[in-house]
Design a protein around this ligand. Structure first.
Ligand code: PMP
Length: 423
């Protein structure tokens, strides 16, 4: 039985999971690969790799236009993947799922289409100090185009969560939109997006959630959250690169204009005019990322097979274990919610070591076959201005990581201390 065939509440058998991920039995620098960079991109199980390979081997054809068997099959599998994603995040139907390349493109689509039509000179756009660049720059560009004002919700005193007073104060400006991350890729903080959405709706704001770091790691229900838009990336949730989605409430998407024109997004075209296709196709001009949809579909099957609650519980356990161990190391500082607040923390641990640059730390990990990331993590305002450091090292866990992997990271920290002769 594969690791993904038992979604009942259970502990994840990581040794079984690891077997599904071919890359995890390879080596890096002559050492067993310990992959601790899933916040950047996840590894892919054989089920996803095979689904993509099977598509190319047995029913590769363009979708929607063919009146022959394999084109119909490709169309069916591609559409089915949207049904699956809709169900996975609690959307009403596939019509609310627009496929894009990634979270970045999803947010840009919202800013370019909804933002262009609804944000005007002097309006306020609200984001937060813990956003990834992909949830900052599109709003800066919109604000610059429109002469709108971009405001930020500040972090609390220990810089581990959003400051509620700041949120309330910024909402008093009646922003047109609030765009906020569900889970921070630097701090690990999980925001209470349901409560935030309710507050923002009370002030008449539309709400966009950046789900890049939540959707792969915990159950997500967009209708329960109540958000208007939700952005996600397939490559962070076991799927291939080049496929992501913008969820939008049907009425909102129906009122929005496409940003690209071309084939597939039209119902009819004349020499001077055209009419648009139905949702969600009116936003998807040109040939789609068919293999991406099919691969994402297999990824969702895999995640559902294990169960998102089980995944969340597993990550909390491994993260707590790692934090306990790292917490005992002198000169090592972790960011984000502390170990007593695991309910509002994901499987990301960013840290600094006194006397060692994060890039050197990552290099020593690399020598030991351990993949971690160091830098500003595409969150320069947060890392540089709020945390006041140029860079941090980041460990991030997923379903294929266990306490042995956490131990490997802790041992590597010990090596950093030896190399740099730190106390
Ligand atoms: N938001 C967050 C919180 C992220 O962590 C990331 C990826 N690091 C993104 C957005 C952007 O995702 P992508 O590069 O897939 O567009």
């Amino acid at each position: 039985m594969s690791a993904a065939e038992n979604s009942e509440q259970h502990d994840i058998d990581v040794s079984l999971v690891k077997k599904d991920f071919p890359i995890l039995s390879t080596q890096m620098n002559g050492k067993r690969l310990v992959y601790l960079d899933s916040a950047a991109t996840s590894q892919k199980p054989v089920q996803v790799i095979d689904a993509i390979s099977n598509y190319y081997r047995t029913f590769n054809a363009n979708i929607h236009r063919g009146i022959y068997k394999i084109s119909e099959q490709a169309t069916e599998e591609y559409t089915k993947s949207k049904d699956k994603l809709a169900e996975f995040i609690g959307a009403k139907s596939y019509q609310e799922i627009v496929y894009v390349r990634n979270t970045t493109e999803a947010i840009n689509l919202a800013a370019l289409s909804w933002g262009e039509a609804n944000v005007n000179k002097g309006d306020h756009i609200l984001i937060t100090q813990m956003e990834h660049h992909s949830n900052i720059v599109p709003w800066q560009m919109l604000a610059q185009r429109k002469g709108a004002v971009l405001d930020y919700v500040a972090l609390n005193g220990d810089r581990s969560a959003l400051d509620q007073e700041s949120l309330e104060k910024q909402l008093e400006k009646n922003p047109k939109i609030l765009a906020v991350t569900h889970a921070s890729n630097v701090l690990g903080t999980i925001n209470d997006v349901k409560a935030i959405t309710r507050k923002a709706h009370d002030r008449g704001a539309v709400v966009l959630i950046d789900g890049a770091q939540s959707c792969p790691h915990m159950p997500v229900d967009v209708r329960d959250i109540g958000c208007d838009f939700f952005a996600l990336s397939g490559h962070k949730m076991l799927g291939p690169t080049g496929i992501g989605a913008l969820y939008g409430k049907r009425d909102l998407l129906a009122a929005m204009e496409p940003i690209f024109g071309g084939g597939d997004m039209i119902r009819s075209v004349g020499f001077q005019t055209h009419t648009w296709n139905d949702l969600p196709w009116k936003f998807e001009a040109g040939t789609s990322n068919i293999e991406g949809g099919i691969g994402l579909s297999a990824a969702i099957d895999y995640l559902n097979g294990i169960g998102m609650k089980n995944i969340r519980r597993h990550e909390v356990e491994v993260t707590r274990y790692a934090m306990e161990k790292l917490g005992g190391i002198r000169g090592l500082k972790m960011y984000g919610p502390d170990i007593d607040h695991m309910e509002s923390r994901g499987g990301v641990i960013s840290f600094s070591m006194e006397g060692a640059h994060p890039h050197d730390v990552a290099q020593i990990f690399d020598d030991r076959g351990i993949a971690i990331r160091a830098g500003h993590h595409c969150a320069m305002p947060l890392v540089e201005d709020v945390l006041g450091v140029g860079a941090v090292s980041r460990i991030s866990f997923y379903i294929y990581n266990d306490k042995n992997d956490a131990d490997a990271a802790v041992d590597a920290v010990g090596e950093v201390k030896r190399v740099f002769k730190l106390q």
